[in-house]
Ligand binder design. Structure first.
Ligand code: AVI
Length: 324
């Protein structure tokens, strides 16, 4: 690990190995059923499309979480207490981070953990400019990687993980449990976690959120096909795949697929993959939880749900967890 001062921020660089898109895609397409990890949605185009998704009327998640934060941040800040170090897995450039930081009493440091170095540095510098009193200690690593919480200059009362957006829902339950447990381990016995968790509800509301009428989610999913062509030279003809999504009530998750519209063969990295019309490649799961289900998952990771804030319609929740 290298420590580097970049203007007002100190970067802790674990030199994460670059994701190998080709290797991961070949591995995923060789699996049964075939899949591509949803992390590959987020190139520049995909990230911009995701931003647009957060604004379509059907995608209630972001809007609802923001309204919960706006209404209850004073209580959340009281639960977290003064002199926290805020650790955020994933980028930290968003409005939610700023909202949290501006409500906390005398926060000691902010630690975004992010694999993309340029993005991490740019967002850390912007945040440091807005919060000049705050020590900003970006960590460049995969958040499943070996990173540790850097030591701030001033002593903290506790480390607090901020993980909004229901990103936890894009993980398989085992992976989610593993991540929560490893975050708790790194952040110590006195830590707290503020996590955005999407809730079970009328399946029609969920299905609409992942198939908006303006077609932004469709474009977001099909951008993955364009990435295969742009970056891996897959040569997939336009229109060969369509976006499809359904809420799987039994598994409590929304599932998104690329569906072949006609028979086709894709050549990638020396392997070839044949699809009949109607064949599906799974590209994303978005798990939804009841309060009991999430409490059970947290307990398996050694955490207790202490407080839950929800909107009036109980669409979404922000939950405060501490080690058992
Ligand atoms: C980032 N994540 C929580 C989103 C979700 O709701 O699963 C990603 C997304 N995919 C399609 N729309 C939004």
């Amino acid at each position: 690990m290298d420590v580097l001062n970049i203007g007002p921020v100190t970067l802790y660089d674990y030199h994460p190995v670059r994701q190998d898109f080709l290797r991961d895609v070949v591995e995923g397409l060789s699996a049964t059923p075939p899949r591509i990890s949803s992390k590959y949605f987020y190139d520049e185009t995909g990230s911009a499309l995701f931003e647009q998704i957060t604004k379509v009327p059907e995608y209630y998640l972001t809007r609802t979480e923001l309204s919960i934060l706006r209404e209850h941040l004073p209580e959340m800040a009281a639960a977290l207490g003064p002199r926290c170090v805020v650790v955020e897995p994933g980028s930290g450039s968003g409005m939610k981070t700023r909202l949290l930081l501006s409500h906390l009493v005398d926060p000691v440091a902010y630690v975004p953990v992010e694999i993309s170095r340029e993005y991490l540095i740019a967002s850390a510098l912007a945040l440091a400019e807005e919060f000049p009193e705050l020590e900003v200690l970006p960590v460049c690593d995969d958040y499943f990687g070996p990173w540790l919480v850097p030591e701030p200059r001033r002593p903290q009362e506790r480390n607090v993980v901020f993980f909004p957006g229901s990103t936890i829902g894009n993980m398989q339950p085992d992976e989610a449990r593993g991540l929560l447990a490893s975050l708790a381990r790194r952040c110590g016995q006195r830590c707290g976690m503020l996590i955005g968790v999407d809730l079970k509800k009328d399946p029609a509301i969920i299905a609409a959120a992942y198939n908006d009428s303006a077609g932004v989610t469709r474009a977001f999913n099909l951008n993955l096909v364009e990435r295969l062509n742009r970056e891996l030279g897959a040569g997939i003809p336009a229109g060969a795949f369509e976006h499809a999504t359904n809420y799987n009530e039994l598994l409590g998750r929304n599932e998104s697929f690329l569906v072949a519209t006609r028979p086709l063969t894709i050549g990638l990295g020396g392997s070839s993959f044949h699809y009949e019309a109607g064949a599906r490649i799974m590209v994303e799961n978005s798990y939804k939880f009841s309060l009991e289900e999430f409490a059970a998952l947290a307990a398996d990771a050694g955490l207790r749900v202490v407080l839950v804030w929800m909107d009036e319609r109980q669409l979404f929740s922000v939950q405060y967890l501490t080690p058992i």
